[in-house]
Design a protein around this ligand. Structure first.
Ligand code: C5P
Length: 233
């Protein structure tokens, strides 16, 4: 049997990380961990707690209520996805809203939150055999993962893909608004002090501006086969 590895996929917002990660997890029968969904879940909780409603809000005030959060991930075999539960409620469909997308990067800057989620992610991945996507996986969460991919693409193509995805889910949002949110999140993710989005020196960069899914998968499975066979020796 092949040795199980950790595949870390980092990259810019809407650069196609989850599409690739899902395809890989299906093929290798690996667990897929969408760390962005975990940050989104906490952002949803903060919105419900109305922490952004005051003009004088300070995200630090949110820390004492963090202990009220019970976050659980459950593998959903039928849809080949990890369902995410916030205090027992499946919030999978609620975390992609515009409101959550607009606030999540503020939440992702809080060190206590990053620490809490990093511990959870490392725990889920301790037996390997996972594909995990996010912003800080290769540099921080699993710096020794066997395969690290860094995804990028032009802002226009990323915004367009995201816009199409949201439209498909029935969200009424304009392309311009989607693009603005992606530019904002990129800026927040690369400029934050703790675990910013940064290509690690040992990751393989994929710019998919001009690559379709099939081409990306061909490329990635070549890399995976090489890694699985070399980590056997
Ligand atoms: O991947 P997704 O776009 O759903 O992530 C939502 C947000 O969560 C990102 O814009 C980023 O601010 C934050 N995030 C992060 N670190 C991760 C994953 C996501 O800071 N590992």
């Amino acid at each position: 049997m092949n040795k199980k590895i950790i595949i870390a996929i980092d990259g810019y917002s809407s650069s196609g990380k989850s599409t690739l990660a899902k395809a890989i997890s299906k093929k290798l029968k690996y667990k897929y961990i969408d760390t962005g969904a975990m940050y989104r879940c906490i952002a949803l909780f903060a919105i419900r707690k109305k922490i952004f409603d005051s003009h004088f809000y300070n995200t630090k005030n949110f820390i004492p209520v963090l202990k009220e959060i019970n976050l659980k991930l459950k593998w959903n075999k039928k849809y080949n996805q990890t369902d995410i539960f916030l205090n027992g409620e499946n919030i999978q469909d609620k975390i992609r809203s515009e409101k959550v997308s607009n606030k999540v990067s503020l939440i992702a800057q809080i060190p206590e939150i990053r620490e809490k989620l990093t511990i959870m992610q490392r725990n889920i991945g301790k037996n390997k055999g996972i594909v995990i996507d996010g912003r800080d996986i290769g540099n921080h969460v699993f710096p020794r993962s066997e395969l690290k991919i860094f995804m990028k693409g032009s802002i226009e193509i990323r915004s367009y893909r995201r816009y199409q995805e949201l439209k498909k889910r029935g969200n009424e949002i304009s392309y311009e608004k989607v693009k603005k949110n992606i530019i904002y999140r990129d800026m927040m993710d690369i400029s934050r002090d703790i675990s910013p989005l940064k290509k690690s020196t040992d990751s393989i960069e994929i710019d998919n501006t001009f690559l379709n899914i099939e081409e990306q998968l061909n490329l990635i499975f070549k890399l995976i086969n090489k890694k699985i066979t070399t980590s056997l020796s």
